[in-house]
Design a protein around this ligand. Structure first.
Ligand code: TEU
Length: 554
């Protein structure tokens, strides 16, 4: 298997708006991030993925870009970015930018021109269509509720937006759009960045025309996810690779909503013609996926083991996995799969970080930060949650309290509460008024307290990262073969990792109960050396709630 720095890395995702505010405006910023480089170096990560920092009106918190060559006013200046990049590189940490090119903000100059007249030379930078039967061209819905088509009075046509109406979709079939995007990517690469996370990159090639309505699946509109994995998406990415990516030493990861294992083998194939890896979402859809997000189904461990194993085995030697449960769009995994306890946070982390693939740690995950008790809908800030609540209750499709309970469990805002640095005012995030409420548990869950506690979640993540990046078992953890054990066990996730340099056994009791677990007879057990945890070496293990163990078997 080809070796690469990005396969041997651990990535830390920063949502700048909520990470660290240096100037007291209640919003995180680049200088705040720079002040935390020593903290990140101590954790041991070696790549930062920055959620968008470009100029934006923040209809979708930066995922609506109005200027690709400028820094968002609230986050600072281009000089602040240059200083951050230099300091991160000085600390041995690479910086990967968030590339949002499926759509722009409606305040981007391209769209301002495009909507100014049907004859404007940027008209075809976006997707305009006439009304059909007096209404939108299709029944497609936006991921943020409402129709995916917005009527524009000035030129008497609709434009397409699979996200908010302030996020018009770019027309990737227009070679001038591809030229603009590739030029912008080159400009950032020439500044010395180390890669891109590509926002909804599986959506850039729209379905073949003529466009038809899509199934409403019990909702008011057709699913927006029909546009995933479109007919030309791989052509566009191969062109991007030829014209930009192949010219630099980059890490690239595609956010590929709706991707299947077979499609992932194309996006992240090991011949290097497209991307290095993708984010797939099947595992985080097991308790309610893209189309039925607002449910509170429990994540079943056997289903989770089956799905993660499918990806571990399916991509081995063919492509590369990204390993995540948390990001700025997902609720906190310690609340979703764990029971909010530090023990459950550590157990889940061990289960994930010993797998094959590049792990992603989302800000606060290394502290065991939990979902937030927001209460009324007025305390939320996320356009997706707010719009869903309004649309589904006004249409009578969902009862208010029941839907609010689901939003409390799944809202993206659970991941966007301020990073908890201390037990002091606003958790040490800002000296001002935070843009979103601070999780009330900040006095018990915060970086300052955990840095003083060798048994904290922070030091457990530090150990897992160290095992992967610089230990006698690094080669097995990064490149070793994965083999699932005990697929039917409802509480324990156990698997083997092995390469020609050795073999590891991982056993995680992902339940709040004490359980027994029999080490399979074919596992050679007598010389096992514990490297995480310290269970006895009996063949029948007595595991405490959330107990996770890793042994070297040879
Ligand atoms: O997310 C794409 C996406 O599918 C999200 O809607 C996500 O899957 C969903 O919220 C989970 O329930 C990307 C960005 O990560 C997200 O923050 C942006 O809002 C979105 O694209 C539009 O840029």
């Amino acid at each position: 298997m080809k070796r690469a720095w990005w396969k041997e890395s651990v990535v830390y995702q920063i949502y700048p708006r909520s990470f660290c505010d240096s100037d007291g405006d209640g919003i995180g910023d680049l200088n705040g991030i720079r002040s935390k480089i020593p903290y990140l170096a101590k954790l041991g990560i070696n790549v930062i993925w920055l959620s968008p920092i470009y100029r934006s009106p923040n209809d979708d918190n930066g995922y609506d870009i109005s200027g690709y060559y400028a820094i968002m006013d609230e986050f600072g200046t281009m000089e602040d970015f240059d200083a951050l990049l230099a300091e991160a590189h000085q600390a041995g940490i690479r910086i990967v930018m968030d590339l949002v090119v499926n759509h722009t903000s409606d305040e981007h100059p391209w769209f301002v021109e495009s909507r100014s007249s049907a004859e404007n030379d940027k008209r075809d930078y976006y997707i305009w269509r006439p009304a059909k039967d007096g209404g939108p061209p299709t029944n497609w819905g936006s991921s943020f509720s409402g129709s995916a088509w917005e009527w524009d009075e000035k030129t008497g046509m609709y434009y397409l937006h699979f996200f908010s109406k302030k996020q018009p979709d770019l027309n990737w079939s227009n070679p001038k759009v591809r030229d603009e995007v590739f030029d912008m990517m080159t400009w950032w690469c020439e500044k010395g960045i180390d890669g891109f996370r590509m926002d909804v990159i599986s959506m850039i090639s729209k379905p073949p025309e003529p466009w038809e309505d899509s199934p409403t699946e019990g909702g008011l509109y057709g699913s927006p996810w029909i546009t995933c994995n479109g007919p030309h998406v791989h052509e566009y990415l191969q062109e991007m690779n030829r014209r930009v990516l192949s010219k630099y030493d980059l890490m690239t990861v595609g956010e590929t909503a709706g991707v299947t294992l077979e499609e992932a083998k194309k996006y992240a194939n090991s011949d290097g013609s497209e991307l290095d890896m993708v984010f797939q979402f099947e595992h985080v859809g097991l308790d309610g996926g893209l189309s039925d997000k607002w449910v509170r189904r429990k994540m079943d461990l056997r289903e989770l083991k089956e799905n993660l194993t499918k990806w571990q085995v399916g991509l081995e030697g063919v492509a590369w996995n990204s390993l995540f449960f948390c990001n700025h769009d997902q609720p906190r995994i310690v609340s979703r799969l764990g029971d909010d306890s530090p023990a459950s946070a550590k157990c889940i982390a061990t289960m994930l970080h010993m797998m094959q693939g590049t792990p992603y740690v989302y800000q606060g995950e290394e502290l065991g930060m939990t979902n937030c008790p927001f209460g009324p809908i007025e305390n939320y800030r996320d356009i997706e949650s707010i719009n869903a609540y309004r649309e589904l209750t006004e249409a009578g499709l969902r009862e208010k309290d029941e839907l609010l309970d689901c939003i409390a469990y799944k809202s993206r805002d659970n991941a966007r509460t301020p990073m908890q640095w201390t037990g002091g005012k606003n958790a040490g995030f800002t000296a001002g008024t935070p843009w979103i409420m601070v999780n009330p548990n900040y006095q018990t869950i915060n970086a300052k307290a955990e840095l003083q506690d060798q048994d904290s979640v922070f030091y457990h993540y530090q150990k897992l990262i160290s095992l992967r990046r610089r230990s006698p078992w690094s080669d097995i953890i990064v490149y070793g073969h994965y083999r699932l054990l005990a697929p039917e066990d409802p509480n324990v996730y156990s698997y083997i990792r092995e390469s020609d340099t050795g073999k590891l056994l991982i056993v995680c009791n992902l339940s709040p109960e004490s359980v027994s677990f029999r080490i399979p007879e074919d596992v050679q057990w007598s010389e096992a050396v514990p490297i995480v945890g310290s269970a006895s070496l009996d063949r029948i293990l007595k595991l405490q709630p959330w107990q996770a163990e890793v042994w070297s078997l040879v």
